[in-house]
Design a protein. Structure first.
Ligand code: THU
Length: 157
């Protein structure tokens, strides 16, 4: 047996001024959009915003249900909407925000990572992932696959 090491490269920072103007707009719009979250059970308001290859910004939130497992995360609300409504466009980047007093950004759940991966694989172009905290700190991954080492995808089927 041999030891193996998986390394993931990411960037972190604490001022969104470091991003270009259009990415700053994406981040600001995504943060504002958290007020649309429907999360009466968890009170955990999540928003996600993405930028298409034509510069259009599309946003989504988590949407909960009294039958808890029926709830859907912000990322998957957004990705399902985008895949359905903009089938010809590629996604350049996605920003994810949690409206809670936390000093660090909140990484997406495993199901959302798998969903992000599927969309990234399908479009054969990396989607940058920007995680933003309420305190203003952020983490940036070059691509969705970086969030899911040893991923399962359709190539083995
Ligand atoms: N949630 C998201 O929207 N995205 C994630 O990646 C993790 C969790 C939502 C689901 C639920 O409405 C609430 O956060 C608490 O789990």
């Amino acid at each position: 047996m041999e030891d193996k090491l998986i390394q993931v490269k990411y960037k972190e920072g604490n001022s969104i001024e470091a991003f270009d103007d259009s990415t700053q707009s994406l981040i600001r719009e995504t943060i504002e959009f958290a007020s649309n979250a429907y999360a009466p059970y968890s009170n955990f308001h999540v928003s996600a915003g993405l930028m298409l290859d034509n510069g259009k910004i599309v946003k989504g939130t988590n949407v909960e249900n009294a039958s808890y497992p029926v709830s859907i995360c912000a990322e998957r609300t957004l990705l399902s909407h985008t895949v359905s409504n903009y089938p010809k466009n590629k996604i350049q980047k996605i920003a994810i925000y949690v409206d809670k007093d936390l000093s660090e950004p909140v990484p997406p759940c495993g199901v959302c990572r798998q969903t992000l991966l599927e969309v990234e694989k399908r479009q054969a172009q990396p989607i940058e992932v920007i995680l933003i905290s309420k305190s203003g700190t952020y983490i940036v991954f070059e691509k969705c696959a970086d969030l899911l080492p040893l991923y399962f995808d359709g190539e083995v089927l």
